[in-house]
Design a protein around this ligand. Sequence first.
Ligand SMILES: [Zn+2]
Length: 79
Amino acid sequence: MPYYDLRCASCQTAFSVKASIQARSEKSIRCPSCTSTELETVYRQVNILKYRDQNCDTCSGEAPSCAAGGCCGGHCLGQ
Ligand SMILES: [Zn+2]
């Protein structure tokens, strides 16, 4: 199940939740603060970096540190 970084559109509470894609699309995830279902997805910097690291241009994702889901930023070779 994917993690979602969400922010409540009503009270601006930001939170992370592990939920199925179905739960997200059906809006069955609720704000822990006010129980609103109007939630915005927050795209954090770390998620953008992780996405890019899936195509590590240093080792093509072959190093164990990259295959585990996160490139170490160019230090994946020679270790
Ligand atoms: Zn809320």
